[in-house]
Design a protein around this ligand. Structure first.
Ligand SMILES: [Zn+2]
Length: 63
């Protein structure tokens, strides 16, 4: 009866909460040090995941 759903999960880089991937927003740091939101999830570069809390965005974007 056990249903094992293999949902991809990611960790918010700021608060370290583990969430289902759709609940996190992928951001990519570009070579010219800009941070862009990666809507497709496929952009090249160093990706990181942030949850949707404002506090995480404020801290995350300073790194
Ligand atoms: Zn967070």
């Amino acid at each position: 009866m056990a249903r094992h759903k293999h949902k991809p999960q990611r960790t918010c880089i700021v608060c370290r909460e583990i969430k289902d991937k759709p609940e996190l927003i992928r951001v990519v740091r570009t070579p010219d040090k800009q941070i862009v939101v990666d809507i497709t999830g496929k952009a090249n570069g160093r990706g990181a995941y942030l949850c949707k809390k404002n506090s995480c965005w404020e801290k995350g974007l300073k790194k």
